[in-house]
Design a binder for this molecule. Sequence first.
Ligand SMILES: Cc1cc2nc3c(=O)[nH]c(=O)nc-3n(C[C@H](O)[C@H](O)[C@H](O)COP(=O)(O)OP(=O)(O)OC[C@H]3O[C@@H](n4cnc5c(N)ncnc54)[C@H](O)[C@@H]3O)c2cc1C
Length: 432
Amino acid sequence: MTNFSRRNFLKAVGIGGAATVAGFGCAPNGRATASRNGHVVVVGGGSGGATAAKYLKRFSPDMDVTLIEPTATYHTCYGSNWVLGGHAQMDDIAQTYDALQSRHGVKVVQDSVTAIDPARRTVRTAGGETISYDRLVMSPGIDFRYDAVPGITEADSGRIPHAWKAGEQTVILRRQLEAMPDGGVFVMVAPGNPFRCPPGPYERASMVAHYFKQAKPRSKIIILDNKENFSKQGLFMAGWEQHYGDMIEWVPSSRGGQVEEIDAANLTAISDGGFNEFKADVLNYVPPQTAGKIAMDTGLAGDGFWCPVNQMTFESTIHPGIYVIGDSSVAGAMPKSGHSANNQAKVAAAAIIRELAGLDPVEPSTANTCYSLITPDHAISVAAVYAYKDGTMAGVEGAGGVSPADAPASVRQMEAVYTKGWYDGITADIWG
Ligand SMILES: Cc1cc2nc3c(=O)[nH]c(=O)nc-3n(C[C@H](O)[C@H](O)[C@H](O)COP(=O)(O)OP(=O)(O)OC[C@H]3O[C@@H](n4cnc5c(N)ncnc54)[C@H](O)[C@@H]3O)c2cc1C
């Protein structure tokens, strides 16, 4: 489970589970204290950033930690597919920063970072503040490459939502699905690798099918994919057939799923040099992705789309003193997920504390779990453990796995219960 105790956390990042670890005094309340104070600024209060801010304070209470995040309420992407399927409401996926401030002593600044000066170690905000840091943690999530496919721009996202950042976009897509007539066609264009949440498009199709089955059973779902296979594919496809018959059609690249153009005015996705046209009643185009804009603007991705880091610490290999975690980072075999971001944040927090205390970093071990609902009572999961090896976070052989293919309904139902337990656990660990 994600809600690590401090002891498990220290074990997980390799500092050791003993009461006293080199360079750290252990305060009577059991919390480690760093040997020197410092000011760490965290950019982004999502899965990675909020975890980093909380754990920096938890393990080094005398450290000054400032979290900069533009929104007062963060909506988790996890659970947003449940909202699209009518299985949850927006309030169910809303998180605030109250506990980070009042319980953990994080200074939360509701603002957006517009520029970073890695040489001077300062950040500028839209509100006009310049804030100095000793170390900077960046977890700005993703942005979109709308220039990858002609015929659509970001300005179209009000009519053709991506809903790949939860919040207003989720609400737009849900309303469109509600307004769609029975017998309509929902077309989703899945993003190319690597992207945020590998099972996400297929859970989305499942949850929309769950809604259609009840509210508009003659409707159709088409997933256009530039891939030939996807996460938990066998389990998803068996679940689709079992619950939704032929309502969901997955079109891989080899059968015309590679979208080459969007006719935004006519809600149509075009592939195979114009040979295939997929006309939608509701079009959900999820563009290819990059590291969050502020990371790109700061040059943290170099010539690429994602930010290279020393995977032992998550410190940028381009700008020393800046740690990049979550979706924006290049993290070896770890997928871009909330669970990964949460684990990486703890690795970075420990590395920063050790560095400021004059200690060498330790080789981390992390984990990821992704649950997906096929119906509210049928869930599947994938889990993996990672360890630092030969300069990268590599999967540990024999650890983890996916749900069994031939499990009885009772197991699928229990996994649906665990799905909610995972959500409650990880959100408490991040924002609680
Ligand atoms: C449909 C869907 C389903 C998913 N389901 C799961 C799941 O079941 N399990 C799972 O583990 N993961 C899931 N994910 C993935 C998960 O949501 C992301 O991988 C995770 O949120 C990444 O964390 P992050 O901190 O990198 O980015 P985010 O959580 O997106 O946080 C980024 C934050 O940075 C802020 N920000 C951006 N720019 C600036 C700036 N300039 N200044 C200040 N702040 C800024 C943003 O406002 C945002 O709050 C899902 C994703 C999707 C789209």
